[in-house]
Design a binder for this molecule. Structure first.
Ligand code: RIB
Ligand code: CA
Length: 310
């Protein structure tokens, strides 16, 4: 069976790191490369975090640094969730390799233009790199098979009542992506909040006993602590890996076609994903929005992903 070609665009970030782990050894996915963006922490930190995870897991993947700040807004991070390093908790060995010299946006443009139109982009951070690539070379747009992104919400936000972090950090980039016409799957907070990584889940995965299992557990123990402090959750919502879980087994999500647009006008709802759930606008749907998740199946996919590592 052909493995689905993906490029992960991320801001590690604990949940981004689990998505790299999930995709890295999946027999259903072929990760072509990892592009990194500023988001949970500064670009310097998120790029190093991606490299740390790749080396810790023994993955043969290149990491490309992208945009250090949003297209218009001033940059902001979520250190309160991911810590000063952006991946606090686990201890990593000193890095052996290095980040690629090529800029992530150039990598995205060159790789997509050279492709047969069979690459899926999986952004799990602010959409700055993806939008900049579309602006730099609009000819990549028809070459993108699909974008499966973690971001947005058709209900409550997590940075403001209206907006979710990845969209809120760079609403203008999100507008470019959502209005591009590329087939889009939006995995928002509406479903990711249903996969809270309770201590029982952490122990289930740690008991696998491998290096990957301990990395997962060490990351989640820190993630759960800050999520409890900030939101009061008993388990941190494992947002980003829902994207690759969907690519591995689409039946894990229930999606609904909707017209979705971004409030990029700077008011109280700046950064909101306005998703036309009831089809009240006269606009053709431009996205598949996740409206439910099979929680048990999701954790089985995560366990299987960890077990793919010896
Ligand atoms: O709102 C949650 C999203 O913002 C996740 O992708 C998390 O990693 C942060 O980037
Ligand atoms: Ca992220």
């Amino acid at each position: 069976m052909d493995r689905r070609k993906v490029i992960l665009d991320c801001d590690p970030g604990h949940d981004d790191a689990v998505n790299i782990m999930l995709a890295g050894r999946s027999p259903k996915l072929e990760v072509l490369g990892i592009t990194v963006v500023a988001g949970n922490q500064t670009l310097e930190k998120t790029a190093l975090n991606a490299l740390k995870v790749v080396e810790h897991l023994g993955l043969d993947l290149k990491v490309y640094k992208g945009c250090p700040q949003p297209m218009v807004r001033e940059k902001q991070t979520s250190a309160e969730i991911h810590g000063e390093s952006g991946l606090d908790g686990p201890v990593f060995a000193p890095l052996r390799g290095k980040i690629e010299d090529k800029h992530a946006v150039s990598y995205l443009v060159e790789t997509l233009m050279a492709s047969d139109g069979d690459i899926t982009l999986v952004p799990t951070g602010p959409l700055t790199n993806i939008a900049m690539a579309m602006r730099m070379e609009p000819q990549i747009i028809p070459k993108i098979k699909e974008i499966v992104l973690m971001g947005g919400c058709y209900q409550l936000g997590n940075v403001t009542p209206a907006a979710e972090f990845n969209i809120y950090v760079d609403p203008e980039a999100a507008h470019v992506v959502f209005s591009s016409g590329v087939p889009l799957v939006m995995v928002g907070l509406d479903v990711t909040r249903k996969v809270q990584c309770y201590p029982s889940v952490v122990e289930r995965m740690r008991s696998i006993g491998t290096k990957a299992a301990h990395l997962f557990a060490d990351m989640m123990e820190f993630f759960n602590k800050t999520q409890k402090e900030v939101f009061g959750w008993e388990g941190g919502p494992l947002h980003d890996p829902v994207t690759c879980a969907y690519l591995i087994d689409p039946s894990v999500l229930t999606v609904k076609e909707m017209y979705s647009e971004i409030d990029h006008f700077g008011g109280q709802s700046y950064g909101r994903t306005n998703c036309d759930y009831f089809g009240q606008s006269d606009k053709e749907p431009n996205s598949k929005v996740a409206i439910d998740i099979d929680v048990e199946k999701f954790w089985d996919i995560i366990e299987e992903g960890i077990r793919n590592y010896s």
